[in-house]
Write a protein that binds this ligand. Structure first.
Ligand SMILES: [Zn+2]
Length: 271
């Protein structure tokens, strides 16, 4: 039976150290669903509090894609909300299982207590939607976003698309796993976010207070990708690249992506 009370979505923005990642709590009248969790535990504890303050029962945690800044603190949520299912598209769940140990070894020494003692991944979901109080919120599979194997969540009644790292708002865009062909696919996927005519797009990374207007997020992300191609097509040195990046975008969040993007595009050294 469909519920009649409207849904609301509350977003959570991680700290600068947590790479300004965005998580979204979709709330019904009694239940809620969380899309993505933070990279670092200090951010995750704040998000746990936000979920508790909502007064809703968290039934499901959904992970959009395999990058650590969207699932690394699942173990905390498993402790805090043992009744919530933690799920992802089968291809995303498989990818996370494949990188879980390697990513733990890579990031635990860097972030110490900000990373849990063990990492838990999501399980593969069998149906391509999230259930919330009688509603079915569709999951849309995207072969190439800023990673390969990504997914979006569509919330029809709010005309809102939750896009993980397919969209950014006023931050650098990470492209360090992509060659030119994958970057071109990424750009096509960015434009395809408009196919459902969303009014709001909740991006995977944003600056505090930045716009979630759908047209704005599509334009910011597409413009970033196009500007990037324009700069790298001149085959600059990496030093020259960072100078031109600073000129193009100024000081904006997710700056860690700048040298990594340059190394990938200019030297074929993928992160
Ligand atoms: Zn991300």
């Amino acid at each position: 039976m469909a519920s009649t009370s409207p849904l609301t979505i509350t977003t959570f923005l991680s700290s600068d150290a947590g790479l300004n990642s965005v998580c979204a709590l979709i709330q019904g009248s009694t239940d809620s669903v969380l899309v993505d969790v933070p990279f670092l535990l200090s951010d995750a504890r704040n998000l746990v509090q936000m979920v508790r303050d909502s007064g809703t029962r968290l039934t499901t945690i959904f992970v959009t894609h395999g990058h650590p800044d969207h699932w690394f603190t699942l173990s905390l949520f498993a402790e805090e909300f043992p009744e919530a299912k933690m799920v992802a598209h089968p291809k995303v769940a498989e990818q996370i299982e494949g990188i879980r140990e390697k990513k733990f070894k890579q990031w635990k020494p860097v972030f110490g207590d900000e990373i849990g003692e063990k990492l838990v991944g999501p399980t593969a979901m069998s149906e391509m939607f999230l259930r919330l109080e009688g509603r079915e919120l569709p999951i849309i599979y995207v072969a190439v976003a800023d990673s390969e194997e990504a997914t979006l969540v569509w919330v029809p009644e709010l005309e809102t698309l939750i896009v993980g790292d397919l969209g950014s708002s006023d931050t650098h865009v990470y492209m360090a796993e992509h060659d030119a062909a994958l970057r071109a696919e990424f750009l096509k996927s960015v434009y395809a976010m408009g196919d459902l005519s969303p009014k709001t797009i909740i991006p995977g990374h944003m600056d505090a207070g930045s716009s979630m207007d759908a047209d704005y997020v599509i334009k910011w992300t597409a413009d970033y990708l196009k500007k990037f191609e324009e700069i790298v097509s001149d085959n600059p040195t990496e030093e020259e690249y960072s100078r031109r990046a600073a000129e193009a975008w100024g000081e904006i969040p997710v700056a860690f992506a700048v040298p990594l993007n340059a190394a990938a595009a200019l030297r074929g050294e993928y992160f």
